[in-house]
Design a protein around this ligand. Structure first.
Ligand code: HEM
Length: 229
């Protein structure tokens, strides 16, 4: 389905929202939560790497990878490479981000995989991995036959959007869960940190909406189009 409107205004808003989202998460973790650390006696600092890498990776880089075909007036082959590399960065940051949640749990003696958030999170990363490997093999190397590529493309696009929307929903659940933990431990429900976390989750969701709108809008004219004229 295409909206029949140019993608440009949507992609600009998407870039801005994505940068704002990453900055807000960093402000939260650095200003309110004591920062980030790979090794520390304060295990909360290890946990803090989790939301940062996930928002930077699966959300920001994942969203930018999806809209790369709509935001860059470049040749198709170049856009394909950008798409593939941005998704690879998203996937790697996502895997390391999830690893830090397990590391935090294990070093703090907390059980693993007890929440809806964590179950959906495992689903997201597994589906993201499958989607990336299938895309790589069929569209990049060694590449499928023209028939297989033609058949796969709409399913690849649809499934990619589905996994991204699932990632956004899982991230929103993660913010909710963390804030609920903090509020149960005494954090002011209407204080500035609570407002910041809820607002960051809203920006994450709105970013997701604009990624989908950009994906459904029309791509800008490319160098290929000009060569065809
Ligand atoms: C696509 C986004 C995300 C994915 C795929 C994801 C994945 C996961 C996974 C698999 C776990 C389980 C770790 C374990 O059981 O040891 C986990 C834990 C956790 N995550 Fe996320 N996460 C995401 C985003 C976020 C965000 C943005 C936050 C915000 C703070 C967050 C907060 C938490 C919390 C509080 C836990 C520990 C409690 C629990 O296991 O549910 N997550 N996450």
């Amino acid at each position: 389905m295409a909206l029949g409107v140019p993608a440009f205004p949507f992609t600009i808003v998407t870039h801005v929202l994505g940068v704002v989202d990453v900055v807000l998460v960093l402000v939260w973790l650095l200003h309110f939560r004591g920062g980030l650390a790979w090794e520390s006696d304060n295990k909360q600092l290890i946990f803090n790497i989790h939301p940062f890498l996930i928002v930077l990776g699966l959300i920001f880089h994942g969203g930018e990878a999806i809209i790369s075909y709509k935001s860059l007036p470049l040749k198709k082959e170049v856009k394909k490479l950008v798409h593939l590399v941005l998704h690879a960065i998203a996937l790697i940051l996502g895997i390391v981000g999830i690893y830090t949640a397990f590391k935090y749990h294990n070093e703090s003696g907390i059980a693993n995989l007890y929440s809806l958030h964590s179950w959906l999170g495992i689903g997201v990363i597994v589906l993201y991995g499958i989607q990336w490997i299938y895309g790589f093999v069929i569209f990049f190397y060694p590449g499928g036959t023209p028939d297989i590529r033609r058949f796969s493309l709409p399913w690849h696009a649809l499934f990619g959007l589905f996994v991204f929307v699932l990632a956004v929903g899982t991230a929103a659940l993660g913010f909710l869960e963390k804030l609920t933990f903090l509020e149960s431990s005494g954090l002011d429900k209407y204080g500035s940190e609570a407002l910041l976390v809820n607002f960051t989750a809203i920006i994450t969701v709105v970013f997701g909406v604009f990624v989908v709108l950009s994906a459904l809008a029309d791509a800008p004219a490319t160098a290929d189009d000009y060569e065809a004229i």
